[in-house]
Design a protein around this ligand. Structure first.
Ligand code: GUN
Ligand code: ZN
Length: 440
């Protein structure tokens, strides 16, 4: 059972912003709602509605207003909780490891760090730390890679469950091209994943994500096991990596010569479709993109990681224009910050490389409803329409002197939001709520 119980009726006051749809490249006005002096009404952890504070008496019955707890965040921005669509919790200790690109970085830093998770005490300590960091950065949902060790998933699910968070997590499956101390087999991966699914999938808000690390570290037999699990259980998710780095793409070609391209490897083993998401997707052909669109396979855009590891520049505007579902992600620990705000700032810079600047409102859509949509969790989270789970973050736009000074020169909502994108980070996070309960 979660350690936190909802305050049953809650009225939150502040500047409320949420999205109803993708604002597109020009920030379409009908894609979002903004209430400068607004309310958010929550009952038993579920959103009942939001609107102008001045309309409260007409909309919210007197007996509800009488019993409600009131949280006053006037002057602060209230947004749906951030959705980090791809991260590796066990890599928190190797963020900022110098001088390598993907394949060398994995061998030199990442696999040794993950090997330490054979010790469940290290897994528990790190999981508790990472969940605390997520909440401190305003992130209420994440799609999370465990290590090859099943206890790494137990640790993360336990830590997230203590706050009743909606998270996805899975045990990494990897049975070749990695050190023995982080290697499983097709058979053990099947057995262990199955046991973890039974233990965690759909327990409260938790969902299991089948997690073949990436094509080079799984044999065809293991990829087949992953695909069979995805097909066998309702609502399972799949997470992996795709077309991150040029050398990786060339390697996949030699490992799977029969497949037309990288995505076709995952397609061959039944690993594309609804609730599947692939990190990076930088070096994709038009044909691969078309298959992602046709099958509803999502991409996780990881700009801080892609810059840090020198992987390349994801074409966000091009992918979305083609119809790909895209979420934003930190990719800790290839990525360099838990902050989805800082991640958004880097996403903007990457979008400039492609000559299509990520517009101010669209960025915040991407960090909230866009991520929920990419993870197929938008029935539950992502905005403040009635019936959604009340996960939200309260942001202070004057948290630092440089941000406050810049904001004092801003005249429009878009300008303020873009200043927050560029200069904001976890110092702006005043509070984070999960299911209507203040968790940070
Ligand atoms: N590809 C396979 N494993 C990983 C990982 O841990 N991080 C990143 N960025 N890419 C990967
Ligand atoms: Zn990753």
């Amino acid at each position: 059972m979660p350690a936190f119980q909802s305050e049953s009726t809650l009225l939150v006051r502040g500047s409320v912003l949420h999205f109803l749809a993708d604002p597109g490249e020009n920030d379409a006005a009908d894609s979002y709602q903004y209430f400068d002096d607004g309310y958010l009404w929550v009952e038993a952890g579920i959103v009942q509605g939001c609107g102008h504070w001045s309309a409260l008496e007409q909309v919210v019955p007197a007996e509800v207003r009488a019993r409600a707890a009131r949280h006053d965040h006037r002057g602060r921005l209230i947004l749906p909780g951030f959705v980090d669509t791809h991260m590796h919790y066990a890599q928190a200790g190797v963020i900022g490891s110098f001088g390598r690109q993907l394949l060398d970085w994995l061998n030199h830093y990442t696999f040794p760090a993950e090997a330490a998770f054979a010790d469940p005490a290290i897994a528990r300590h790190t999981a508790d730390f990472v969940v605390q960091q997520l909440l401190a950065h305003g992130t209420t949902t994440a799609s999370v890679f465990g290590t090859v060790h099943p206890a790494s998933v137990d640790a993360f699910m336990t830590a997230a469950q203590a706050h009743d968070m909606r998270v996805l997590c899975g045990k990494a499956m990897m049975d070749r091209h990695c050190p023995d101390n982080v290697r499983d087999t097709a058979a053990s991966a099947e057995r262990e994943s199955q046991a973890l699914i039974e233990r965690w999938h759909r327990k409260g808000r938790l969902r299991y994500s089948i997690t073949p690390r990436f094509a080079p570290t799984s044999t065809p037999e293991q990829l087949a096991v992953a695909g069979a699990l995805y097909a066998a259980w309702p609502d399972l998710h799949v997470q992996s990596h795709l077309a991150e780095n040029a050398k990786e793409v060339a390697w996949v070609k030699t490992l799977f010569p029969e497949q037309r391209d990288y995505l076709d490897v995952y397609a061959r083993y039944g690993l594309i479709g609804p609730r599947t998401i692939y990190g990076h997707c930088i070096h994709l052909s038009a044909a691969e993109r078309d298959v992602m669109v046709a099958t509803g396979t999502a991409a996780a855009f990881c700009p801080t990681s892609n810059l840090f590891l020198g992987s390349g520049f994801f074409d966000y505007a091009g992918a979305v224009a083609a119809g790909v579902r895209v979420g934003l992600a930190t990719d800790i620990g290839g990525g360099t910050s838990f902050s989805m705000i800082r991640t958004l700032a880097e996403a903007y810079k990457v979008s400039q490389v492609h000559g299509v600047p990520l517009s101010p409102l669209r960025g915040w859509y991407l960090a909230t409803l866009g991520g929920a949509n990419a993870l197929y969790l938008d029935d539950f989270i992502g905005n403040f329409t009635p019936g959604k789970e009340a996960d939200f973050v309260v942001l202070d736009l004057e948290a630092t002197d440089e941000l406050a000074f810049r904001i004092s020169h801003a005249t429009t909502l878009a300008e303020r939001l873009f200043a927050l994108t560029t200069l904001g980070d976890d110092r702006c996070v005043t509070a984070t709520y999960v299911m209507g309960v203040r968790a940070y």
